[in-house]
Ligand binder design. Structure first.
Ligand code: SF4
Length: 483
C-alpha cells in the first residue's frame, strides 16, 4: 500500500516446548509487519511466570540473554501497533497480572467497541486500570467473576465483550487461543511435534518448521491443557465477519488466514481487476511490495507483461526528518524510485491495493510521468475506501478518506491519471472465494457487522507519536499465597 494503514497486532503462543521463548521470538519476528511499536513475551514454568516487553522492533527488544531469562516451556507473545491507548510501554503486551486466583497473561489483536461502557462500569465498582488499552478490560472481568473455574470465568467474561478480538491467554494451567464470535481478526492453530501453537498468520509456523492444523473458529476457544487439547464454543453468531482486508493487504502472501491462502486470493484480485475493465497498455507495474501479487494476477489475466517499474527502499525508518519544507515529495521519493527504462514512452497500468488519503499516490503518479510514462492507468485491487475501520485497523476519520469525500471523476483528476478503476465489492468477494455472510467489508460498503453507539467508544484512533527511546520492562511473578 502506498499509504499506510496499520494492522493493530500480531499474536503467537506455544505450549509444551523446551525452547518456548526462542520459538516465540522467531514467531514474533515473522509477524513484525503486524505491529512495530512494541513487542513482548511472557513465559511460564510451572507456577512461575516471566515477562519481558519493550518499545521497538522484536530484534531490538530481545537479546539472547533476555530470552535465556524467559524460562519455561509455555509462552505467549505480541507485537503491537496502537489503535486504542497510546504508544507507550505501559500499553505494551502481553499484559501480565496477578489477581486473587493466581496470575494471568493476555495478548489481544483487535478493538473492542464497548470499551467505554465496560470500563466505566468496572471503575464505578472500584477497578483501577493500569493501562489505557481495551485489552485490560478482560483481566478485570476475570478478576471479578464469581466463577472459581478459570475457563468458566473466561467464558463469562468473553460474553461481555463486543468487537474484534483474537487473543492468546495463559495462566498456570492453560495456553488458550480464541476468536470473537464474528471472527473479525485471524488466529490459526499449528503443531510442532507434541507442541501446539497459535499465531495470527501461518508464516510464523513456517519459520519454526511447524505444521498448520486449522483456523481457530469464530466464537471458539482452543484450550491447551498439560495433557490434552480441548475446543469450546463460547459465542454463537449466524454469520462471520472476517476482515477481508487481511487478504487484500495486511497478511503476508505466504500465509494462510481464515483458512485461506493469501497469495492466490491476492492474485485473483488482480485477475478480477483485469476482467472488470480490460485496458490496452504496454506494461503492468506494481506499487511494491504489497501490490506485487495483484499486479502478477493482472498481468497473467490481461497478457500485458509485468515489469519492475518502481523500486522501493526497504531501509526507511518509521519516521524521518525532511531537511527542508521546500523539498516537496521528499518522503515519497525516499521510499519509491521509478525505473525510467521500464516506463519511458509506455502506457502503464499501475496496480495498488488501496487508496486511503490519495496524497502518496498523487506523488507516485507525478513521479511516473516525470520518468516518461506516456499514459498512467491506475487499478486498485480493492473497492473504494469510504468508511473508517473500528475493528482494529488504524484508519483516518471519514473526512480524510478521499473515497468518502470525492467522486471517482474527482479522484481521477486529483491523482492526474488517464483512467482509474477500483475493484467492485462483488469482484473482491469472488477473488477471496467468500460471501457477505463470511467477510466484513464495512470500510468499502458501510455495512458494519457490529453496531456501536458513537465513535468516542473506540478511543483515539489517531496515530500516536512513537517515542524513539527504548524502554523495557521485565517482570517475574512467583505464585502468591492467596492464589
Ligand atoms: S472495516 Fe475493513 S479493515 Fe475493518 S475489519 Fe472490516 S474489512 Fe477489515
Amino acid at each position: 500500500m502506498s499509504e499506510a494503514t496499520h494492522e493493530a497486532c500480531g499474536l503467537f503462543a506455544i505450549a509444551d516446548h523446551p525452547e518456548a521463548s526462542h520459538l516465540t521470538y522467531l514467531g514474533l519476528y515473522t509477524l513484525q509487519h503486524r505491529g512495530q511499536e512494541s513487542a513482548g513475551i511472557v513465559t511460564a514454568e510451572g507456577e512461575h511466570a516471566s515477562s519481558h516487553i519493550g518499545m521497538g522492533l522484536v530484534a531490538d527488544v530481545f537479546e539472547e540473554e533476555t530470552l535465556g531469562k524467559l524460562r519455561g516451556n509455555r509462552a505467549i507473545g505480541h507485537v503491537r501497533y496502537s489503535t486504542t491507548g497510546s504508544s507507550d510501554i505501559i500499553n505494551a503486551q502481553p499484559i501480565l497480572c496477578e489477581y486473587r486466583r493466581g496470575w494471568v497473561s493476555v495478548a489481544h489483536n483487535g478493538n473492542l467497541i464497548n470499551t467505554m461502557e465496560l470500563r466505566s462500569d468496572l471503575e464505578s465498582k472500584g477497578s483501577i486500570f493500569r493501562t489505557t488499552t481495551d485489552s485490560e478490560i478482560l483481566i478485570h472481568l476475570l478478576a471479578r467473576s464469581p466463577h472459581v473455574d478459570f475457563l468458566d470465568a473466561l467464558e463469562e467474561s468473553l460474553n461481555k465483550l463486543r468487537g474484534a478480538y483474537s487473543m492468546v491467554i495463559m495462566n498456570d494451567q492453560y495456553v488458550i487461543g480464541l476468536r470473537d464470535p464474528l471472527g473479525i481478526r485471524p488466529l490459526s492453530l499449528g503443531r510442532k511435534g507434541d507442541s501446539y501453537i497459535f499465531c495470527s498468520e501461518t508464516c510464523a509456523l513456517d519459520i519454526i518448521e511447524a505444521e498448520y492444523v486449522r483456523t481457530v473458529e469464530p466464537g471458539e476457544m482452543v484450550i491447551i491443557h498439560k495433557d490434552r487439547i480441548e475446543s469450546r464454543f463460547f459465542g454463537k453468531e449466524t454469520r462471520k465477519a472476517q476482515c477481508i482486508f487481511e487478504l487484500v493487504y495486511f497478511s503476508r502472501p505466504d500465509s494462510i488466514v481464515f483458512g485461506k491462502r493469501v497469495h492466490p486470493a491476492r492474485e485473483n484480485l488482480g485477475r478480477e481487476l483485469a476482467r472488470e475493465l480490460p485496458t490496452e497498455a504496454d506494461v503492468v507495474v506494481a506499487i511494491p511490495d504489497s501490490s506485487i501479487c495483484s499486479a502478477v494476477g493482472y498481468s497473467l489475466e490481461s497478457g500485458i507483461p509485468m515489469q519492475q517499474g518502481i523500486i522501493r527502499s526497504h531501509y526507511i525508518g518509521r519516521t524521518f526528518i525532511e531537511p527542508s519544507q521546500s523539498i516537496r515529495d521528499f518522503g515519497a521519493k525516499l521510499k519509491y524510485n521509478p525505473v525510467r527504462s521500464v516506463l519511458n514512452d509506455k502506457r502503464v497500468i499501475v496496480v495498488d491495493d488501496s487508496i486511503v488519503r490519495g496524497t502518496t499516490m498523487r506523488k507516485i503518479v507525478k513521479m511516473l510521468r516525470k520518468a516518461g510514462a506516456a499514459e498512467v492507468h491506475l487499478r486498485i485491487a480493492s473497492p473504494v475506501w469510504i468508511e473508517p475501520c473500528y475493528y482494529g485497523v488504524d484508519t483516518p476519520e471519514r473526512g480524510k478518506l478521499i473515497g468518502a469525500t470525492h467522486s471517482l471523476e474527482e479522484i481521477k483528476k486529483h491523482l492526474r491519471v488517464d483512467s482509474l478503476h477500483y475493484l467492485s465489492i462483488e469482484g473482491l468477494l469472488k477473488a477471496c472465494e467468500g460471501t457477505h455472510e463470511e467477510f466484513c467489508t464495512a470500510c468499502f460498503s458501510g455495512k458494519y457487522p457490529l453496531k456501536w453507539n458513537g465513535a468516542h467508544q473506540f478511543g483515539s484512533l489517531s496515530k500516536k507519536v512513537v517515542d524513539a527511546e527504548k524502554h523495557y520492562v521485565h517482570i517475574d511473578v512467583e505464585p502468591s499465597d492467596n492464589a
